[in-house]
Design a protein around this ligand. Structure first.
Ligand code: MN
Length: 252
């Protein structure tokens, strides 16, 4: 087998320390190519840029900065600039958790999801500590999961969402394969006046709440476990689909 090609992206921007730790951690596994946003693009979800041109700047050997989203970075790299298909896409290491419903908003998860959409095995990896404490633990988890995926692959239309507690490696209790939990963001939207007397609103200013249901990603990281959640491409609710198929009252 030729040297694996590993494409890295993130949503914290090309300067982010988590990306550097990820690149250093995965370097022993293959050739690393980085395509990452030129600035922080956290919580952009799976957005892609349709209305402005994308500019790519090589900042050093194998590192490319793109003025787009994480999904743009993966699309551009795989479909145009890399020259050969990567064997693995890894997005992260994000500063802050991507647990439960965060996966909908997360640019980090979207970077990996774009890899999945392109039929490439993909991993998103996040450090639960927003301040980036113990990134080296996330780096060690990244190499363990990436090595497994390079050796064994992933089922089609699947990706892994990995969350690592921001604690020393020797305090980690192990790995847990989990389901996606539920997060509840506080309803409050902060409303203030700017210095010119105009109204503004601040979304996401307050802390999220969650129910730590056993078996979920949220519960696992609270128990000092590395959480590994397989996510699938298909959003269809097949049970509801079957029951809706029996509805006869829909007419125009
Ligand atoms: Mn981020």
């Amino acid at each position: 087998m030729s040297t694996p090609l590993i494409l890295l992206t993130n949503d914290d921007g090309i300067q982010a320390p988590g990306l550097r730790v990820l690149a250093e951690s995965l370097a022993p596994l293959g050739e690393i190519q980085v395509f990452a946003p030129d600035r922080e693009r956290s919580a952009v979800g799976h957005g892609i840029s349709l209305h402005h041109p994308l500019r790519v700047k090589q900042v050093r050997e194998g590192w490319h900065s793109v003025d787009g989203t994480p999904a743009d970075c993966v699309l551009l790299a795989v479909r145009s600039l890399l020259g050969r298909r990567p064997d693995l896409v890894v997005s992260g290491i994000n500063m802050g958790a991507n647990l439960g419903d965060d996966v909908t908003y997360s640019g980090t998860v979207a970077g990996a999801r774009e890899g999945m959409l392109l039929d490439i095995p993909a991993i998103a990896i996040s450090n639960v500590d927003y301040a980036g404490g113990h990134l080296e633990t996330s780096g060690a988890a990244a190499i363990a999961v990436a090595r497994f995926v390079l050796e064994h692959g992933l089922p089609k239309e699947t990706m892994l969402n990995v969350n690592v507690p921001g604690i020393p490696a020797d305090a980690i209790a192990g790995f847990a394969v989990t389901s996606m939990g539920r997060r509840y963001y506080d309803d409050e939207i902060i409303h203030r006046k700017d210095p010119r007397g105009r109204d503004y609103y601040w979304v996401g200013g307050s802390a999220e709440k969650h129910v730590p249901v056993p078996g979920t990603d949220i519960h696992a990281v609270a128990e000092n476990l590395v959480s590994v959640t397989p996510l699938q491409r298909d959003y269809t609710h097949h049970t509801v689909m079957a029951s809706l198929a029996g509805v006869s009252g829909w007419t125009l």
